[in-house]
Design a protein around this ligand. Structure first.
Ligand code: AMP
Ligand code: GLY
Length: 433
């Protein structure tokens, strides 16, 4: 069995490491833009190529007789890589372009939710003209402004410290209007969580809920990032969630998969990522992604007990309902070491080294290997994951490991600490009243 992983970040290192543990002894191939030291060590062969170069990747897959492919990031999905690989007979975990639109076109995603009555949709409107957009922003008063296209998690701005006034919101919206339509939606207040599922076109197999930390600095300050770290609790829930929150999120995701097929006639096969917020008025959908989250993949994949090659085959074959997809009931804490100055003015091409990390897992992200040394690129560099019976124990393992990742780096020490988790619980209690 020849398996191809597309993508060269921390998420893809986690995907590759999970495939490498399969009892089916798959032979692993990879395509990535830069030589990720973690992924390259697990592969029989790899191609250094832009992950959106559909032609070259398809040619590589054909030459290597690839049976199954796992597409990690969103950009190749938006470029139609899943379609092109499927068309030459490769089984692909990663949705075709028509349905991965749920991620790469935020305006389409919201319109789809409205049309199909998907639960949890906030008040929103889509604009291509400034006048009516300014009026709507002024009318709502408290808004989130979203460019329609992909921005690596950094394009959304919310009123508050990012946009202090209606005028600032209007100005930002006008600024991004140049590059496409703009989604203006009500600002939601509450606690966020991520739910991710393998999807076979019809059935969903859910992994435990995760909480990511988007802000660059401790205490949730600073600019938005791709995600500085994340945690799961031992089991499906997070400490601030109720079982009905997660059940509702599952129902919304199931409805979304069914609706996507009704809307497009294309079955969604891959990973669906739902980002939710529990608000005073109930559960709301912040967004959907057509892939695993980064870092969230690094929390849940190490917990997967079912053989991932079986899961991938079931996704492709539409038989997930006949497979029990199990995750071990352990807490995980993932923390990213990122270049100093990230995300606004990151240092680049600085050497990093990994010391003793105990039994924590290390996933290489935006780093590259040259002459046996590892260098940063300016984006999130190396993630560590502690796994244990409780969040505090997992956090200690992650932090001890992080302290031994040496370089011109910074990180959020507060992720997974009980003082931050308790803040989430208190905030949630206040919201629920
Ligand atoms: P996204 O790129 O869509 O994940 O958005 C980045 C962050 O912006 C999310 O993690 C939320 O914290 C925040 N956000 C997005 N939409 C809203 C909203 N309608 N209300 C409040 N915060 C939001
Ligand atoms: N961690 C958020 C994302 O992957 O979109």
């Amino acid at each position: 069995m020849n398996v191809l992983v597309v993508g060269g970040g921390g998420r893809e290192h986690a995907i590759t490491a999970t495939i490498a543990q399969s009892r089916k002894d798959p032979v692993i191939f990879a395509v990535m833009a830069k030589k990720n030291p973690g992924i390259s060590r697990l592969c029989q062969d790899f191609l250094l190529e832009k992950e959106t170069d559909v032609k070259k990747i398809v040619a590589y897959a054909a030459a290597k007789n690839i049976d199954l492919a796992f597409i990690g990031p969103e950009a190749p999905l938006a470029a139609g890589l899943a379609d092109a690989l499927e068309d030459i007979g490769v089984g692909v975990v990663g949705p075709r372009k028509a349905v991965s639109k749920i991620e790469f076109d935020k305006a389409w995603a919201r319109s789809f939710m409205r049309k199909h009555g998907i639960g949890g949709c906030p008040v929103f409107e889509i604009f291509t003209e400034q006048g009516p957009m300014f009026d709507f922003i002024a009318k709502l008063g408290d808004v989130a402004i979203k460019p329609s296209g992909l921005t690596g998690g950094k394009g959304v701005k919310v009123m508050g410290d990012q946009l202090p006034s209606v005028k600032d919101a209007q100005q930002y919206a006008a600024q991004i209007l140049g590059s496409g339509s703009v989604v203006v939606e009500e600002k939601l207040v509450g606690e966020e969580f991520t739910l991710q599922a393998f999807v076979d076109g019809e059935h969903l197999a859910f992994s435990p809920s995760v909480q990511d930390h988007k802000r660059a600095f401790e205490n949730d300050l600073g600019p938005n990032t791709g995600g500085m770290g994340s945690y799961t609790d031992a089991g499906e829930l997070l400490p601030f969630l109720r079982a009905e929150d997660v059940q509702q999120a599952k129902d919304i995701m199931q409805h979304t998969v069914t609706g996507l097929y009704m809307e497009t006639g294309v079955k969604y096969k891959g990973v669906l990522y739902g980002q939710f917020m529990v608000t005073r008025n109930g559960l709301r959908v912040i967004e959907f992604n057509a892939r695993f989250g980064d870092p969230e993949a690094m929390n849940v994949l190490p917990l997967l007990e079912t053989d991932i090659v079986d899961v991938m085959s079931a996704v492709v074959g539409g038989t997930l309902d006949r497979l029990t997809v199990k995750f071990s009931k352990k807490a995980t804490v993932c923390k990213y070491a990122v270049p100093a100055g990230y995300p606004d003015n990151p240092s680049k091409d600085k050497e990093v080294s990994v010391g003793d990390v105990g039994d924590a897992l290390v996933f290489y992200a935006s780093v590259y290997e040259e002459n046996g040394r590892i260098y940063t690129t300016g984006s999130r560099a190396i993630a560590v994951v502690g796994i244990d019976v409780s969040i505090p124990k997992a956090e200690k393992k992650a932090q001890d490991a992080l302290d031994n990742i040496i370089g011109d780096l910074h990180s959020r020490r507060d992720i997974g600490t009980m003082s931050l988790v308790q803040k989430r619980i208190d905030h949630m209690n206040e919201i629920r009243g």
